[in-house]
Design a protein around this ligand. Structure first.
Ligand code: 5GP
Length: 138
């Protein structure tokens, strides 16, 4: 499988499609998931082109994991979550729907079941507020 640069995250990285950005530097973008599985569901996206973990450059993985940790801590603090799930899917049978490497950071709240993967779209104003709160906690 080769990388297809027409995927939606490539368009967001190029600035062609808007996103609720939490953080951006030369190597990664952090944004809110618009179909969140929980309040504060955030995506960490290395800018380097790869479909997923399987074809990623190990140097990219080394660089991005500390950011995943920072975002997990910030999302937990900003939302008051009781835990955080970090998930990452490789190829469609494993649940991957967007074929540009990304890590899900999903706050988990005691007694609240997670929504389905790729469920309903969140309110834009709420996503904007959450993006600001997580950014402030980074
Ligand atoms: P995957 O299934 O590939 O691991 O995750 C893709 C994620 O991207 C899903 O959780 C889905 O809700 C999210 N997503 C799909 N399209 C968009 C979009 O246009 N903007 C944002 N912010 N998230 C998206």
């Amino acid at each position: 499988m080769t990388y297809d640069p027409s995927n939606i995250f490539a368009k967001i990285l190029a600035g062609d499609i808007p996103a609720h950005k939490v953080f951006e530097d030369d190597s990664a973008l952090v944004m809110m998931d618009i179909f969140p599985q929980s309040r504060g569901h955030t995506l960490v996206i290395p800018k380097a082109a790869s479909r997923n973990l399987l074809d990623a450059d190990p140097a990219v993985l080394s660089a991005v994991m500390p950011l995943v940790q920072r975002v997990a801590r910030a999302a937990k603090a900003a939302t008051g979550a009781d835990g955080v799930r970090v998930a990452q899917f490789n190829e469609a049978p494993a649940g991957q729907t967007v074929f540009h490497l990304h890590f899900h950071v999903i706050p988990v709240f005691d007694g609240v079941a997670l929504g389905t993967h790729g469920g309903g779209q969140a309110d834009n104003a709420e996503l904007a507020t959450l993006a600001q709160a997580i950014a402030a906690a980074l």
